[in-house]
Ligand binder design. Sequence first.
Ligand code: PLP
Length: 689
Amino acid sequence: MNVHSGGRPSDPAERRARQVARNRRVRAAVARLADPRPVRLEPRAETDTVVRDGLRRTRLLFDHDGRAGVRAVLLGPDTPDPLPAVLVCPGRNARLDAVTGGEPPDYPDRDVAVHLARAGLRTLTLDYGLDRAHAAVADQGRDPATVLDGELRLHGRSLLGVLVDEARAALAWLADRPGTTRVGLAGHSLGAAVALHAALLHDAPVPVCAASHLGGYATLFGRLATWDQFAALPSVLRHADLPDLYAALAPAPLQLQYGLDDRLLDPDDAAAAGKRVRDDYAAAGAEAEVLALPMGHGTGTAEAAAFLTRALAEPAPPPPPVPPARVAFSVTDRLAVTDLVDGALASGALTLGPVGAGLEEAATGVLGRGTAVVSSGSAALEIALRIVGVAGRTVLVPANTFFATAASAVRAGARVQAVDMELDGLGMDPAALRAALDAHGDTAAVLPVHIAGVVSPALPEILALCAERGVPVVEDAAHALGSTLGGAPAGTFGRLATFSLYPTKVITAGEGGLLSADGDDLDRARRLRDHGKRSFTENLHADLGSNWRMSELHAAVGTVHLARLDAVLAERRRLAAWYDAHLADVPGLTRYTVPDGVATNHYKYLAFLPEGVDRADLKRRLRARGVGLSGEIYDTLIPEQPYFAATLSGAAVPNAAWFASRHVCLPVLPGMTEHEQRRVVEALRAELA
Ligand SMILES: *Cc1c(COP(=O)(O)O)cnc(C)c1O
């Protein structure tokens, strides 16, 4: 899967779109291969600060779990902050003290940090500590770094990946430091590889100056054989060559330097690589600088200083918009999915196999009740309603729910009637339900929905009312995986319950659903999902089922995501608590208060608009401020859906109508930062003032 396959479109807009999409794929591949792990670098002590020749030099000893004793030096002008800052990633044989002016440099250009500091930049230079790792093997004439890399590869990691983790943590430390205006990266040789990969994994464009690290991988590692194995990510060429990696930094400011007398590179190959980077940058609508300098394996320090000073003096680009939804799978999770999918493909069991069975077991662990995996939430609803038996009779659904709740009942042969909601727990209003049961003596099932993830405190009253009338309850818990009422999980209240694993839900399988039930109901659900087959081995069909199976490939996605449920819930609750604390003084906006006894998964974070505010217009104005609200639940009630408009009329649903017109859903995103949440609240405050 080479990124350079396919012709080059001549239309600049199309070329740009293609280059941007390719860059995104390259960055995703790099993330997979680097397999980044969270590292926090905490300086153990800021010891012996010295000021000499106008530069302030502070030695730091960083502390993190993986590798003890990472050393660094903070070097900058002896002037007060704020200043832009650069993370300096030296070459593998550089000595920290030489780079940062503690001792004379061994080559004229090796004191890069000093040159950058003299140009007015604060610098942080890392010492990779490669000579201290596995020091004993050096006595046996072996290269400690190569030994360490070999050891890491056994775990699917690489030394470059570990160095990049540390560089990213250092970059974050530098960026968070009070007094830092903007951050950039400078790297030489192996350090250029570290800087390149750290920048590729950074979530915002960051200026990079990379020296003496340019060419095609095949030339550097093959024809010239001048580079150490750990200077590239394992299997990187399956996805991208070195110029593709540099090109994927676009639109971040980029300066590439190479020496015309560098014996570790081939100048012609470096020039060709540089041209490719420039062309691909241009295709993406940006500009990369490539400098061929009269030097050996070095750094053009004056050029580096001029470039970084210029790039970091520009105002930071505006932050990317806060989106209404965001990818939920970390690199580690993606790799776990890949492993499960690979196992399924290798075994040949592609549906109704061990991965799906494992997902059922995990879901049962969450709910404390038997579960069956199926192809969608809608399939789960239809199966549940066929088990209950609703054909030719009435099913009562909330007026405010997703179309699928009501449509599944129709597909199971029922007529539906809509019931109003109550605005405390967002469930069915018990009084309205009583009236509906009185009006529809043929009611075969009642379908409460846990809107927004809230299991309504009125649910026990609904259950009692239905029990009194002998009407079975099927819970549509599509929003509510992980929510509880009085400590009991959503999905354990009805005779049967259903969940959706659609991508927008709190836990997803890509597509998929779960049904929870007991005893014969569960057995029958398992038969119905597989064409009503009496048993897996017999071709005898006793029931009118369908293909409602979940593939093993989807089950792999669901398994990995469900394993994260506790962390997902903890994060969503933390984000919701932050909104709770910061929305109070936004004019007019009233946040929804979760009732006592309910622990919600915060599938949606709800707030209500003042009367007369045009929601669609507000959302447009918020988008212009870089804030996307997520979709409503719901803006069109079931009786108003065109499909039902002709057949569904009857009781008024004033609460549902009020709710549908007045609520908004604030973004609750995986990995959302406090800064992003603050932007949401400030945008609302500005627009509602
Ligand atoms: C998502 C959803 C469904 C349908 O789930 P699918 O997996 O998309 O079929 C049903 N009911 C509600 C309330 C939903 O939100």
